[in-house]
Design a protein around this ligand. Sequence first.
Ligand code: NAP
Length: 296
Amino acid sequence: MWGKVIAVLVGILAGLWWMRGFDEGVIRGKKVLVTGASTGIGEQLAYHYARMGASVMVTARRAQRLQEVVAKCKELGNPDAIFGYVNGDMSNMSFTEHLIKESTQRMGGLDYLLLNHILSPNLGFWKGDKDDMAHLDKVFEVNFKAYVHLASHALPALEKSGGHIVVLSSFAGKIAPPFSVPYASTKWALGGFFTGLRQELTMTGSNVSITICIIGFIATDNAVTAFGEIQNGLPLQRIIGSAASPSDTALDIIRGAAAREEEMYTPFQKTYITTWISGVCPSLMNYLIRAIYSDV
Ligand SMILES: NC(=O)c1ccc[n+]([C@@H]2O[C@H](COP(=O)([O-])OP(=O)(O)OC[C@H]3O[C@@H](n4cnc5c(N)ncnc54)[C@H](OP(=O)(O)O)[C@@H]3O)[C@@H](O)[C@H]2O)c1
């Protein structure tokens, strides 16, 4: 009896997994812009898109790192594809307009806008002092306002192509973790803005999709360093210890965006279950979060 039940469940899971697969050929010839692509998940997104035959523009502040990323994209990519970079700081809103103009001109349009960059979070208790306030302003400029400006400048080109906006959010944009309150707030704000914008686009018959990516702990150099500082000796270390790879995460995001998913979760089990519990029983989730972030 139980053997049959397990066999049916395994069959259903295998079917669901198969349905998540996608034909990488749909990416060939697409025009992609990735922000925050000098390292981490953004860098891996650029490599996967290049390998799948897309043209890719990348951006971040460090020109030398971007040159290296572009060189690797050229190695991996289609010889007819266009690869390039525009470096600049996302706290400067006029840069966001320049970036979209330059990228769409060079590639001859835009199909995918991947909003991925982040200012490294200042981890610790919120004290509300001058430093906290200054950081709050900066983090909202870079992690939230720049995303809104980029998407707004890109919309005309995306309308033409029936394109995609992909917003890299976090489980911190669904639950409320301590020690990174300004960072988490920008992710909640992104969820509100881009969900509302999606509603308006749908109401006006637009064919532009918006995918919000709910991302768990991923082993990028910056995240490993940042989490390392707060997790030492805490139960948190055991729970998030096994971080997912940036490359697998990038691939999952590309699949979710191509499928025009409204929200995608990666790694699925950890982020989806956490978000689900938080939705059904927020007090329980808040209690569990305090427990895993606490050494008492
Ligand atoms: N890694 C995780 O565990 C995790 C978990 C949940 C969600 N996420 C989300 O996934 C996305 C990528 O995370 P990641 O860990 O790959 O990030 P990361 O490795 O820290 O990379 C951040 C990128 O943003 C760029 N950047 C930083 N400040 C900038 C500024 N002022 N102007 C322009 N570019 C700037 C950095 O390049 P330069 O320094 O060269 O400018 C870098 O390319 C983020 O949206 C993050 O919130 C990550």
